[in-house]
Design a protein around this ligand. Structure first.
Ligand SMILES: [Zn+2]
Length: 486
């Protein structure tokens, strides 16, 4: 992706005076001095294939949690625990590592989130080197989890080390490490975990280091995630199947009527045409059409749908897809007018859209567009909240400053077309916490694929940015907001 040149992030006067007092050069040097050690520790983490899927060896996931706990202990923290909660089916959730440094009286707490479990490696032949033996080539570190998300863990640890070694007793901010062990398996016990450990994990700021930067050399803060709802659409036209020769003509079959109904979900240009769905603001950066076409493997001649920038279509507008249909297969087909047909639809929601409102909008649309008076009903399925960062809030401002300062280039505010379901859980549990979604990946990181890799130059910058963020918070970057809240 090639961004338009982002404008420099504008900072409030309070933050500008705070950042001027920070020992920025010293913190940067501290990170640089231990960077080789940080990378060596990352290589050791990559060597542990901790995968939270039932088909993989759970003992490796335990080893992985132990290794992370040991690394955190090595920073001088002694309150380090490995915790897990029961699954609904009676099994155990993945082991999470939680470690705490208490805040000095009246000082804020920052929660540092990452996950230590990884995706399965996939087919070995697709990798250029062993997936669990990290290898450095051309300034990148290759290996499963080298980026997603063991580099996120190491960014937290290395930043914590740099700041505590530099500031010592003057670092009064509370820090809680929360390193999850089942993210790639869909965080099945995340909600229960938060409920059981609500106090333990509470903080003023939660840094989720599991996203991506804009491109190598340009940092990003992920400020919006789309929500998601799904459900099924049923069309019924006759009480039972009838012969297409005897009744076809005056009567249309259910799949045809379902297709006509589905066609009303988009307008002629391909924008979602369901009334009552929100559209967010245009992002300031765009995704060039050529790159999008290549990334999505779009066939020659296919025109793109919708209007506005491609990033707005991906991040801040709704998107509807049909993801399944129930009707006889081609092999099982006969000359019959089918009485009923069903489709499953999935709708991505713009940040700011309430999922229950969206469900109601789909239901009303389906009712109002029932073709030829057929019975058309919508049955709601799963719902996930969208997420948007208030970029004017003090923590986001401090993060934008820290990223820009570390890279020497203003940070891009990006969105994500998908969702990170546990972020909605965090938001629901800690409505007053400021959530910052940062990351160590770049568009070439290939998280989840073969040849996953981490850009080492940007990794160091990500650690520096995280250190500077902690330093700014330590020097009062949140204080105005805390006073207002009190
Ligand atoms: Zn991840």
């Amino acid at each position: 992706m090639t961004p338009q040149q982002p404008a420099a992030n504008e900072l409030g006067a309070n933050l500008t005076s705070i950042t001027a007092q920070l020992p920025t050069a010293e913190l940067r040097d501290r990170v640089a001095a231990s960077f080789a050690k940080t990378v060596a520790e990352l290589v050791e983490l990559v060597a542990i294939p901790g995968i939270a899927w039932d088909a993989f060896d759970a003992a490796q996931l335990e080893r992985s949690a132990e290794a992370v706990a040991e690394l955190i202990r090595s920073t001088g923290l002694d309150d380090v625990q490995i915790l897990r909660v029961a699954k609904d089916d009676g099994g155990q959730g993945g082991p999470a590592v939680v470690a705490r440094k208490a805040a000095a009286p009246g000082r804020p707490t920052v929660v540092l989130y990452a996950h230590h479990d990884v995706q399965p490696p996939g087919e070995r032949e697709l990798w250029s080197s062993e997936p669990f033996t990290a290898q450095e080539r051309g300034g990148r570190l290759y290996g499963r989890g080298a980026a997603d998300d063991k580099a996120g863990i190491m960014a937290h640890i290395a930043a914590f080390r740099a700041i505590t070694e530099t500031l010592g007793e003057d670092f009064g901010v509370g820090v809680t490490f929360f390193i999850e062990g089942e993210e790639e398996a869909g965080s099945p016990t995340f909600g229960t975990f938060l409920k059981e450990h609500r106090e333990l994990l509470a903080g003023d700021v939660i840094v989720v280091a599991d996203s991506a930067n804009w491109q190598v050399g340009i940092p990003a803060l992920t400020t919006s995630l789309r929500g998601l709802v799904d459900g099924t659409v049923d069309v019924r036209v006759t009480d039972h199947a009838v012969h297409s020769g005897m009744f076809g003509g005056p009567l249309l079959d259910a799949p045809t009527l379902l297709a006509r109904l589905i066609a009303t979900f988009h307008d002629e240009q391909g924008s979602v045409a369901i009334e009552g769905l929100h559209r967010g603001v245009e992002p300031v950066v765009d995704y060039p059409e050529e790159t999008f076409r290549a990334d999505a493997a779009v066939l020659e001649g296919v025109r793109l749908a919708g209007k506005g920038s491609i990033t707005s279509r991906l991040w801040t507008q709704p998107a509807l897809s049909v993801i399944g249909m129930d009707m006889p297969s081609v092999d099982m087909s006969s000359n019959t007018l089918l009485p009923a047909a069903r489709a499953k639809i999935s709708l991505r929601l713009a940040p700011g859209q309430d999922p229950s409102e969206a469900m109601a909008a789909i239901r009303e649309h389906v009712r109002a567009h029932a073709p030829f008076g057929a019975t058309a009903t919508f049955t709601p399925g799963e719902a996930g909240q969208a997420f948007a960062t208030n970029t004017q809030a003090p923590a986001a401002q401090a993060a934008l400053w820290a990223l820009g300062e570390s890279w020497g280039v203003a940070a891009v505010e990006t969105g994500m077309g998908g969702s990170i379901p546990f972020i909605a859980d965090l938001k629901a549990t800690y409505p007053n916490a400021q959530i910052l979604v940062t990351g160590v990946e770049d568009p070439d990181s290939r998280a989840h694929s073969a040849n996953e890799s981490l850009h080492l130059g940007d990794f160091e910058k990500a650690i520096v940015a995280q250190t500077l963020l902690l330093a700014a918070i330590n020097h009062g970057a949140l204080d105005e907001a805390r006073e207002q809240k009190a």
